[in-house]
Design a protein around this ligand. Structure first.
Ligand code: IP8
Length: 259
């Protein structure tokens, strides 16, 4: 089985509140189907989650009651996004169901805790794809917290032991410098903990869940001697499909665990 996270940067326009990239998602769902791979899809929140979460500092947990309507609104918005993603998977012929993270998880001090794996396992045993997403989840110590799609990927790696985990983004992979400001930046085809330490320009957090460095660290944590984690550009047609078929594509592969 292969675990795929469709990042918020590909499935939404992150600069425009609540803007769904339907054409891209529809194409990516077609690529997943055409690859013939056994997959489970998780997705990020993009502009359906990060805009309000940032405005109301939801990532730090409960601070005052002015945040409460924003908690409810973000939960509402990311569910709408999730139903659109599930709709595209169904349209591509894959039986997919929406599973809000709060139905299986709690948080404690920002750490995701698997409360009830039965929902997920019951769906996947029947060949139904449970589709989870970045969301606001209740936290035992902080009231609530942001549960990112990357955290969900880590928990699902423990539950399903996939042979590969793929992160679909809108960039070709990790660069040795920030490619937006350095035209000579080079793509790293492989990343280890040691290599990540030396990379500059990846510490910029453009959203409430930490940006590229947090993503790479999360990817490294998911690797095992048997499992690679790959960051691939989903904006380029065909790349995800080729990767799922085991072909070599432009991407960054995380290896060797996080030290
Ligand atoms: O887009 C964040 O999930 P991500 C979830 O996977 C919210 O980082 C609600 C901002």
């Amino acid at each position: 089985m292969i675990l795929i996270k469709l990042g918020g940067s590909v499935i939404t326009d992150k600069t425009q509140y609540r803007t769904f990239n339907r054409d891209v998602v529809s194409r990516l769902c077609g690529e997943i189907r055409d690859s013939g791979a056994n997959t489970i899809v998780v997705h990020g929140a993009g502009s359906f989650g990060h805009v309000l979460a940032k405005e109301y500092s939801l990532q730090n947990g409960f601070a005052d009651f002015r945040q409460v309507p924003a908690v409810a609104k973000v939960q509402h918005d990311v569910r709408e996004l999730n139903l659109m993603v599930v709709g595209e998977l169904l349209g591509a012929g894959m039986p997919a169901v929406s599973v809000p993270p709060g139905s299986c998880f709690m948080m404690d001090c920002g750490k995701l805790i698997m409360d009830n794996p039965e929902v997920l396992l019951s769906a996947s045993r029947l060949g139904i794809m449970p589709v989870m997403f970045g969301d606001v989840v209740f936290d035992r110590s902080k009231g609530f917290g942001i549960c990112s799609g990357d955290q969900i990927m880590e928990v699902l790696c423990d539950l399903y032991c996939p042979k590969k985990a793929i992160f679909v983004s809108d960039v070709d992979g990790l660069f040795d410098k920030d490619p937006k400001t350095n035209p000579d930046a080079g793509l790293l085809t492989e990343v280890t903990s040691e290599r990540l330490e030396k990379v500059s320009g990846v510490g910029i957090a453009d959203d409430v869940t930490g940006g590229v460095r947090a993503k790479m660290e999360s990817m490294l944590r998911m690797t095992t001697p048997e499992r690679e984690c790959v960051l691939v550009n989903g904006s380029v047609p065909g790349r995800l499909c080729s990767l799922l078929k085991g072909e070599k594509v432009i991407s960054t592969t995380a290896k060797g665990g996080l030290r």
